[in-house]
Design a protein around this ligand. Structure first.
Ligand SMILES: [Cu+2]
Length: 443
C-alpha cells in the first residue's frame, strides 16, 4: 500500500470526530480510574490529582498509548501521597509450527510493570516506571519458533523462523509532566531502557494484541524500538494533538537478555499523535536508527503510521489496530514494508475472538546460511512478501480477585511466494495453545 493511501486512512479516521473536551481525550477518564482502582474511592484521594498526574497515568511504555477509552488491566494503590499502579501478564504457550523450518516449544512470554506517581504543586507531576520480564529464563534457548519471524540474534546467528525473548529490564523511566495551559501539557522523560517516540504502542502492551501471545511478524518494522536504551523524550500535548521527539541508542538489544545494553544517543525519532476522541489513537512517526542490527551494517530509516480503536463492549473492550511500518536500509537502499490489521472482539465478558492479518516484506529469511542466501538471491531476489493470518479464541475463567485467568488457542495460516515453498512446504501452518494470567482490579 503506497504512502498516500496510508495517510488517507489516517485522515479517514480523523474525520470520525465526536464531542470530547480538548485535552480530555488524552487523559485517563475519572470514572475509569474508579473502575480500575483496587481501593475504595473514599481512600483514594483522587481529588489530589492534578491534570499532569492524570496525563502521566495513561503512559504505559514511556510515551506510546492505547486509546484512552481502553482501561488497561491494573491494580492501583495509594501509598501515602503516592499513586502506584501495577500491571503484568504471563502466557504459558505450547506452539507447533509446521514444515521443514518449523518447530515446537513450550515457552512463557511475560512482563510485569510498576509505576509510582506524585504530583508537584498544582501543575506538575513525576512518574517512575519499572518494567521487567522473565523471558530470558522462560523462553529457553534464546528463541521460540515462529515461522517467517526474523530479527536479532541467538548464539551468534541471526534469528530466522524464531522470535527473541525480551530483556530482563524492559523499561526504566522517569517522567515529568507540566500543565502549561488548560489545553497544553509538556512531557519530558528519560529512560535508561525505554520506548522512544517511534511506532505504535508495542504488541506486548497493545489493546488489540492483548489476547495473542506470539509476536507480530512486523515487529522489526513497527514497534521493535520499545526496549531501546538511553532514551530521552520531549513532548507537547495540545488539545487533541501530541508531538514528541526522542534521542536514543539505536542498536537492537544483544542476545544477553539479562543485562542493560547501554550506548551513545546516536539515533532520533519524531512522532505526531492525533486523538479524535477517547476511542481513537492515531500516530505517524519517523526515526533513524544508527546501525541497529548485529548481522548487518548500515542505518535504518523507519516510518510508521497507525490507527487504534477501542470501545467498551460486554464489560470488556473491542480493540483494533491498523499499522504500517517501513524500513529503509541506508546500506542496500532497499525499502521493505509491513502491514498489520489486528482485533480482539468480546462476544461476551469472558469469551473473546482474536484476529490478526499481516503482510511483511521479509529480507532475512535465508540470512543465517550465506551459501543458501546467495543461491536464492541470485535466482529470486532476497525479499519475499509473506502473509500471516491468525484467528484465535480466549476463554476467561475467573478464579482470583486480582488475577485474570484464561485459556485460549490460535491458528496461523501463511501465504508465501512459490519460490520459497520448497523451504517451508506448500501450506505452512502454526498453532498455539495457551494459559494466560494478568493482574487486574477486582470486579
Ligand atoms: Cu519487542
Amino acid at each position: 500500500m503506497p504512502l498516500k493511501q496510508n495517510f488517507l486512512l489516517l485522515c479517514l479516521c480523523a474525520s470520525a470526530l465526536a464531542e470530547s473536551g480538548p485535552l480530555d481525550v488524552q487523559l485517563m477518564p475519572h470514572d475509569r480510574m474508579m473502575q480500575g482502582s483496587a481501593m475504595n474511592m473514599a481512600t483514594m484521594h483522587m481529588d489530589g490529582m492534578n491534570t499532569a498526574d492524570r496525563f502521566l497515568m495513561n503512559l504505559i511504555t514511556g510515551s506510546a498509548v492505547n486509546p484512552s477509552a481502553f482501561a488497561m488491566p491494573m491494580v492501583m494503590k495509594n501509598l501515602g501521597s503516592w499513586q502506584t499502579m501495577f500491571m503484568g501478564q504471563a502466557f504459558l504457550v505450547d506452539t507447533q509450527q509446521s514444515g521443514p523450518r518449523g518447530g515446537d516449544k513450550l515457552f512463557a512470554p511475560n512482563w510485569f510493570m510498576g509505576m509510582a506517581e506524585h504530583s508537584v504543586g498544582e501543575r506538575s507531576a513525576f512518574q517512575f516506571q519499572l518494567m521487567m520480564s522473565l523471558d530470558p529464563a522462560t523462553v529457553t534457548g534464546r528463541r521460540y519458533p515462529l515461522l517467517f519471524q526474523t530479527g536479532e540474534t541467538a548464539f551468534g546467528k541471526p534469528l530466522v523462523d524464531a522470535q527473541h525473548p525480551h530483556d530482563l529490564f524492559m523499561g526504566i523511566a522517569v517522567q515529568y509532566a507540566r500543565t502549561l495551559t488548560d489545553t497544553a501539557v509538556l512531557q519530558l522523560s528519560y529512560s535508561p531502557v525505554g520506548d522512544p517516540a517511534l511506532g505504535p504502542i508495542a504488541f506486548p502492551h497493545r489493546a488489540s494484541a492483548i489476547e495473542i501471545p506470539q509476536a507480530t511478524l512486523g515487529h522489526h518494522w513497527q514497534d521493535s524500538t520499545h526496549i531501546a536504551n538511553n532514551v530521552v523524550t520531549a513532548g507537547i500535548a495540545y488539545q487533541k494533538i501530541k508531538l514528541e521527539a526522542s534521542g536514543f541508542y539505536g542498536r537492537e538489544p544483544n542476545e544477553n537478555r539479562w543485562n542493560i545494553d547501554f550506548g551513545p544517543m546516536n539515533s532520533w525519532s519524531a512522532r505526531l499523535w492525533y486523538f479524535p476522541t477517547a476511542n481513537w489513537a492515531t500516530q505517524a512517526s519517523v526515526g533513524r536508527l544508527a546501525n541497529p542490527e548485529a548481522s548487518h551494517t548500515g542505518d535504518v530509516v523507519r516510518s510508521t503510521a497507525s490507527v487504534h480503536y477501542s470501545h467498551p463492549l460486554h464489560n470488556n473492550f473491542w480493540s483494533s489496530s491498523l499499522i504500517w511500518g517501513r524500513n529503509h536500509s541506508t546500506s542496500s537502499g532497499r525499502n521493505t514494508n509491513s502491514y498489520a490489521l489486528e482485533s480482539v472482539l468480546p462476544l461476551t465478558r469472558h469469551n473473546l475472538i482474536t484476529g490478526r492479518a499481516e503482510l511483511v516484506d521479509k529480507d532475512e529469511l535465508f540470512a543465517a546460511d550465506h551459501a543458501l542466501e546467495d543461491r536464492i538471491a541470485a535466482r529470486y531476489g532476497s525479499t519475499f512478501r509473506i502473509g500471516e493470518y491468525t484467528i484465535g479464541y480466549t476463554h476467561e475463567i475467573p478464579f482470583f480477585r486480582y488475577l485474570g485467568t484464561a485459556i485460549g488457542a490460535n491458528v496461523e495460516f501463511y501465504s508465501l511466494p512459490p519460490a520459497i515453498k520448497p523451504y517451508y512446504g506448500n501450506h505452512p501452518i502454526g498453532g498455539n495453545v495457551y494459559v494466560r494470567v494478568r493482574l487486574k482490579s477486582p470486579e
